[in-house]
Design a protein around this ligand. Structure first.
Ligand code: FES
Ligand code: FES
Length: 168
């Protein structure tokens, strides 16, 4: 017997989407397996690691524990939507310049948490940056370069660096 499905309407990275998915799907499963947006990672799949973090109506959100119906009618930005084809997000430049990029599992979620912070707070303190990234776990970094990069991105944005993606 096939699983029950539902139609969900949401805006993802600036595009309105209407997608049929099994009713038990999470937002992460919908992004990855129905929409082909695999930048958001399925790490622990139980709300512990932050690899699946997306921005839902401006708030960093663990998409692996968010039922897709909760995103109905709402706006989602994934790591794919942070930058345009023409220009990277200032965070991506800053991660590059500061040697802050980690692996492909943790970095997308870190970028989304940091981008959501910079949307809320243009000039965050180091404590605010630490708090914003507290749910993004990586055992392979001391986080210092990541915090430095977020500060550098904030400074660049204050100086006029533009956000080219769907979240800006
Ligand atoms: S995959 Fe969502 S918190 Fe780990
Ligand atoms: S989990 Fe990505 S580098 Fe540590």
């Amino acid at each position: 017997m096939s699983a029950a499905t539902e139609i969900v309407r949401l805006t993802v990275n600036g595009d309105r989407q209407e997608v049929g998915v099994p009713t038990h799907f999470t937002l992460l499963e919908t992004l990855r397996y129905a929409l082909g947006l695999t930048g958001s990672k399925q790490g622990c799949d139980k709300g512990d690691c932050g690899a699946c973090t997306v921005i839902l109506d401006g708030e960093p959100t663990l998409s692996c524990i968010t039922p897709v119906w909760e995103a109905e009618g709402r706006t989602v930005t994934t790591v794919e939507g942070l930058a345009s084809r023409e220009a990277p997000h200032p965070l991506q430049d800053a991660f590059d310049l500061n040697g802050a990029a980690q692996c492909g599992f943790c970095t997308p979620g870190i970028l989304c948490s940091a981008a959501a912070l910079l949307e809320r707070t243009g000039d965050p303190t180091r404590e605010q940056i630490k708090e914003a990234l507290a749910g993004n776990l990586c055992r392979c970094t001391g986080y210092t370069k990541i915090y430095d990069a977020v500060e550098a991105a904030a400074a660049a944005m204050q100086n006029g660096a533009s956000v080219g993606g769907a979240s800006g």
